[in-house]
Each structure stands twice: as C-alpha cells, then as structure tokens.
Design a protein around this ligand. Structure first.
Ligand code: GSH
Length: 263
C-alpha cells in the first residue's frame, strides 16, 4: 500500500494528500514533523528517501519518491483511473508552467513569510542548542541561510519584500486567468489547482486575506475547491498545530505586511 511521510500543516504534503483523497486511494500515514526545529523527529535513514530530509515522500512498490510536484505526476501516472491532467498537450504544458512557479520561488517565498511572521517565535522559544542542531543538519544550505536571516530579522528581513511580491504577482496572475476560466489550466480541475490552492490557506493563516479580498475570481476558485470533500479530508481534517500562533503573530504583523504588499 502507498505510504506518505508528512505532517499536518506542510503545504507540500497538503497538495499530495489532496490528490490522494481526490483519487480515493488507500494509504498509510507516517508523521515526520521536524518543523518546530526538532531534527530528532527524522527517522533513521530518512535521507535515503529524500536527501533534503523534507516531507512529503511517498513510498510505493518499495520505491520512495520526493518532491511534491513530482509526486503529484507520479500518482497520476501510477493510479490513472481518474486523471487530473488535461488531455490536450498545450493545456498540460500550461498546467506544468503553473506548477513550476512553486519550485521557481513560490515555495521558498512561503517559507520566508512564515518564518518572518511566526516560525521565528517558535524557534526562539525553543532550546537554542536544539535549534542549532536542527540548522546544522539542514542539507539545503540556502534554506538554512535564509532561515537564519529571517529568524534574526523577522519583519525587517531583506528577504521579506521579495517574498511578498512573489505572492502578490502569483495571486494577480491566478486572478487574471480565473476571470474567464474556471480552472488554472485547461477546462477541468487539474494538478495545477491542487498544487496551488494550499497557499491560499497558508497565507490566510497569517491573517493576510484582506490583501486579496478584492480578487473575486481567485476567492471564488478557492471557495469552490475548499468545498470539495477531498479538501476537507486532506487539509481541514489534518489541521495545524501552530494555528493559534499564526493567528496571533499574523494579526500583530498585519500593518507591516500590508505596507510591504502594497509597495
Ligand atoms: N520542494 C519540496 C519542498 C518540501 C518542503 O519544503 N517541505 C517542508 C514542509 S512544506 C518540510 O519538510 N519542512 C520540515 C522543516 O521545516 O523542518 C516539495 O515540494 O516537496
């Protein structure tokens, strides 16, 4: 049976769970949650599954596969009864271009925003020796360096304005596309919608939703996906153990974030 290594609030894991639930697959859950700065949560030999030591990873037929966008295409190939990729090659290319934006900067921007607004407080509350060990084991050195800047500088981080600009540009482009189309790529709900919807919830969790309240088509698309039973199971039911911290620190940061968003 399919095994997924994941944790509740990981956006990369949420998109994989969403596809799994859309397809109605049976799966085993293995929680690997290092995200509050606890590297001891990583199972032995986890780096054999994912050299970066991150979630999600799926294991199927004895093979481990990392990288959420790769996993989405893998699952769509391996469990192909219902496909979430448009048939016309041009629409499929458009789907991949939307998904590529995640790996080209959106996911890193999401982490920057999260660390600057909330996670830095979670890390700063912890035993600093433990956080030192967490960063010492981080294999993606850009991620480690960005984290260290964002933890120490928070809302003053030089990485934050660019991260917010990345999201503003993404949301504007999605909103433009959705003005005349129900879905991001082609004529049906696809991996592009599944891959990107998780960031609406993530940004909303920082109390930032007023910043795109005027983007009607984007908000309507989000509501439409959020109403799907698979989204309820894959995202809402798994919850977020850091939710109250996001709300508290997000509300406190709103004024500064709004200024940068509009700059
Ligand atoms: N490009 C990767 C990114 C994976 C990633 O950033 N995973 C995060 C959760 S969203 C993680 O494992 N975090 C663990 C930590 O922060 O310690 C993917 O799409 O799978």
């Amino acid at each position: 049976m399919l095994t997924l290594y994941h944790y509740d609030r990981s956006t990369a894991a949420q998109r994989v769970r969403l596809l799994i639930e859309e397809k109605g697959l049976e799966w085993n859950s293995v929680i690997v949650d290092t995200a509050r700065g606890d590297i001891d949560q990583l199972p032995d030999n986890y780096h054999d599954l994912n050299p970066k030591g991150l979630v999600p990873v799926v294991e199927n037929n004895g093979v481990g596969i990392a990288e959420s966008n790769v996993i989405l295409e893998y699952l769509d190939d391996a469990f192909s009864e219902t496909s979430f990729r448009p048939a016309p090659p041009e629409d499929r290319a458009k789907m991949r271009l939307w998904m590529k934006r995640i790996d080209d900067g959106v996911h890193v921007a999401s982490r920057t925003i999260g660390v600057c607004i909330v996670n830095r407080f979670i890390y700063l509350e912890q035993n600093q020796e433990k956080i030192g060990k967490y960063h010492a084991h981080m294999r993606d050195l850009v991620r480690r360096d960005n984290d260290q800047i964002n933890i120490s500088m928070g809302l003053e981080s030089p990485l934050l304005p660019g991260a917010l600009k990345t999201f503003r540009g993404l949301f504007e482009d999605m909103n433009d596309r959705l003005m005349d189309n129900d879905w991001l790529a082609g004529e049906s709900y696809s991996l592009a919608d599944i891959a990107l919807v998780v960031y609406l919830r993530r940004m909303e969790s920082f109390m930032m939703a007023p910043l795109w309240a005027h983007m009607g088509p984007l908000n309507e698309w989000y509501r439409r996906i959020a109403a799907r039973p698979a989204y309820q199971k894959a995202v809402i039911d798994w919850g977020d153990v850091t939710e109250s911290k996001r709300t508290e620190h997000g509300a406190g940061a709103f004024e500064a974030i709004a200024k940068l968003w509009k700059a």
